[in-house]
Design a protein. Structure first.
Length: 201
C-alpha cells in the first residue's frame, strides 16, 4: 500500500487543543460511518435520516455524500478505478479532519473495491471508522433507478458504472449490514442509531 503524499518543505504542527478537548466541549465522541453499496441501495437516504435523528438529539454531525463532493472537492475526477481510489483517499483525509474537530461523520459512497475501502480505514484509523454495508440486490436497485443512471448504463451511455460495466466487491466483515430491500428506512436508521449511541457511552 502506498504511503500518503506529503507536500515538500512542510512541518506538521500540533496545537494545544486536542480532539479530546473538542469532544468534551461538544459532549460527544467523534466517529465515522462509511456507508457502501450499489447506487440506489439507499446509502444517502439512510445517512441523511440518521443525521437528522442525531441532530435532534443535539449531536454535531456531517454527511459526506458521493454526488455532493463531486461538485467541488472531487469535481476534477472521473469514474475510472484510479480516480475512484483518489476520490476515496481525499474523503478519508477530510474525515480525519472532521473527526479531529469532534464531529460524528456519515460518509455515503459506492466505493466498490475492497482495497479502496481498506485504504480508507487505514487512513482514518482503526476504531474511528466503521463500515456500513447497505445491501440491496442489483435487480432492486435497477428497479428503483432513482437517478435514471442504470438505464443509461445499460444503453452504453455511461462507462464504468458499478454493477453494470464495473464490479462491486461486497464487504467481507462490515460493522453493520443493512438489508435495505427487506427493511424500511426507519428500521435501518434505528439499527445505525443503536450502534452510534453504543459508541457514545
Amino acid at each position: 500500500m502506498k504511503t500518503q503524499p506529503i507536500s515538500p518543505n512542510t512541518i506538521l504542527h500540533r496545537g494545544i487543543i486536542t480532539h479530546q478537548h473538542r469532544e468534551q466541549l461538544l459532549g460527544q465522541k467523534s466517529l465515522a460511518l462509511w456507508f457502501t453499496g450499489l447506487s440506489g441501495s439507499g446509502k444517502s437516504t439512510i445517512a441523511h435520516a440518521v443525521e437528522e435523528r442525531l441532530h435532534k438529539q443535539g449531536r454535531l454531525t456531517y454527511v459526506f455524500d458521493g454526488d455532493n463532493v463531486r461538485h467541488g472537492l472531487c469535481g476534477d475526477l472521473s469514474f475510472s478505478p484510479e480516480a475512484r481510489a483518489e476520490n476515496n483517499r481525499r474523503i478519508a483525509e477530510m474525515l480525519k479532519l472532521f473527526l479531529d474537530a469532534g464531529v460524528i461523520c456519515l460518509a455515503a459512497f459506492i466505493s466498490p473495491m475492497r482495497a479502496d475501502r481498506q485504504r480508507v480505514r487505514s487512513i482514518v484509523g482503526e476504531g474511528r471508522l466503521f463500515e456500513v454495508y447497505v445491501r440491496c440486490p442489483l435487480e432492486e436497485c435497477e428497479r428503483r433507478d432513482v437517478k435514471g443512471l442504470y438505464k443509461l448504463a445499460r444503453a452504453g451511455k455511461i462507462q464504468n458504472y458499478t454493477g453494470i460495466s464495473s464490479p462491486y466487491e461486497e464487504p467481507v466483515q462490515a460493522d453493520i449490514v443493512l438489508d435495505s430491500h427487506r427493511h424500511s428506512v426507519e428500521d435501518c436508521v434505528e439499527q445505525v442509531l443503536r450502534f452510534v449511541l453504543d459508541h457514545q457511552r
